[in-house]
Design a protein around this ligand. Structure first.
Ligand SMILES: [Zn+2]
Length: 302
C-alpha cells in the first residue's frame, strides 16, 4: 500500500468523526496533573509565582528563625535550619509559597554570646510588618508565621494582635509549636529548652552535617536557678539567671529516632495548619467586620 492509499483511508469525514469521538473521551490522567511548582518563593519565575499564589489559595508561609548560640555543639542558625526544613516539607504536602530566610526576631538575651544578631525592638516590628504587608500585596492574603525560635514567643502573638490596630486586607496566623507534648521515643532528659535533647535530635534530621555531638557535654546546660522570685513575676534577665551559657538541657542525649519522630510531627502539624487556614473563611470576614465597627464604637450593640 502506497502512502497515498494510506492517507486516503483517513478521508475528511472519517477524521471529523474520529476527532469528535476523541473529544468525548475523558482526558488522559496525566493531563489533569498540575505542573510541578517550587514551594520556594525565590525559585519561582514571576509567572509561576502567580500560579503558585493561585494554587496555594493565597496561603504563604513565613518560617521565622534567628542567629544565636546553640550550646557548644549546634550552629548559630539552628532555629532557621530546623523551621525551614519543617515548613518546606509541610508546603510540599499541602502546597503553599514559602518566603525566603527570615531571622530578624527577638534575641536580646543572647547578646553576650558570639554570633548573635539582635535587631532593635522597633526594627523587628517594622520589618515584620513591612514583610507581611509586602507578602499580602503580592497575593498572600493568609500569612502563616511558622516560628522556630523560642525567644519569639511573646513577639509573635503581640504582632498578630497588633494587626487589629488598623485595617489590613490579610490575616496573620502564627504556629508556635516545635515538639509534641507526648508520644514517640522516651526522652532521657527533663530540662530540654535550648540546644538540648529535642532540638539536637531534630538537627540530626535537618542538618546532621552541622551537629558536633562530641562537643555537647563541653558546657553545662543545667538550670542554675539563681533568681529567687515568686512564680508569676517576670523579668527580662530570667533566662540568663537560669542558663547563662545559652544552653538548656543536654544535647548529648540526642538520637536520630527522636529527631525523626519530632520532625515528622512538626511537618504534619504545619501541613494540617496550612489545610485548615486554606479552609478558613471566617477570620478575614470577621476581621473586616471588626475594623468597620471600630470606626464607630458608640454604635456597637451587644
Ligand atoms: Zn533553637
Amino acid at each position: 500500500m502506497t502512502s497515498r492509499a494510506c492517507l486516503s483511508i483517513f478521508s475528511f469525514p472519517l477524521l471529523v468523526v474520529l476527532s469528535a469521538i476523541l473529544h468525548t473521551l475523558p482526558a488522559p490522567a496525566q493531563a489533569a496533573v498540575q505542573p510541578k511548582l517550587s514551594v520556594h518563593w525565590e525559585e519561582l519565575t514571576a509567572s509561576d509565582f502567580r500560579d503558585g499564589i493561585r494554587r496555594s489559595q493565597g496561603t504563604c508561609l513565613l518560617p521565622f528563625g534567628i542567629l544565636e548560640k546553640h550550646g557548644p555543639h549546634l550552629p548559630l542558625g539552628t532555629d532557621l535550619l530546623d523551621v525551614r526544613y519543617a515548613a518546606l516539607h509541610a508546603a510540599e504536602q499541602e502546597y503553599a509559597v514559602v518566603f525566603p530566610e527570615y531571622y530578624f526576631g527577638q534575641i536580646a538575651e543572647a547578646r553576650h554570646e558570639p554570633g548573635t544578631i539582635a535587631y532593635s525592638r522597633n526594627l523587628q516590628l517594622a520589618l515584620l510588618q513591612e514583610t507581611t504587608d509586602e507578602m499580602a500585596r503580592n497575593g498572600c492574603k493568609k500569612v502563616l508565621i511558622v516560628n522556630g525560635h523560642g525567644g519569639n514567643e511573646h513577639l509573635l502573638p503581640f504582632f498578630a494582635q497588633s494587626q487589629l490596630d488598623k485595617p489590613h486586607d490579610y490575616v496573620v496566623y502564627v504556629f508556635d509549636e516545635r515538639s509534641p507534648h507526648s508520644g514517640g521515643p522516651a526522652k532521657k532528659t527533663t530540662i530540654d529548652m535550648h540546644a538540648g535533647e529535642s532540638e539536637t535530635s531534630k538537627m540530626l534530621i535537618s542538618r546532621p552535617d552541622t551537629v558536633h555531638l562530641d562537643r555537647a557535654a563541653n558546657e553545662s546546660g543545667a538550670d542554675q536557678k539563681r533568681q529567687k522570685l515568686p512564680e508569676g513575676v517576670y523579668t527580662g534577665i530570667w533566662w540568663y539567671t537560669r542558663f547563662p551559657n545559652h544552653y538548656s538541657g543536654d544535647g548529648s542525649a540526642a538520637t536520630k529516632e527522636l529527631g525523626e519522630y519530632q520532625m515528622k510531627w512538626w511537618i504534619d502539624s504545619v501541613a494540617k495548619a496550612i489545610a485548615a487556614i486554606k479552609a478558613d473563611d471566617v477570620s478575614l470576614k470577621l476581621q473586616n467586620e471588626f475594623y468597620e465597627k471600630a470606626t464607630h464604637p458608640l454604635d456597637t450593640q451587644p
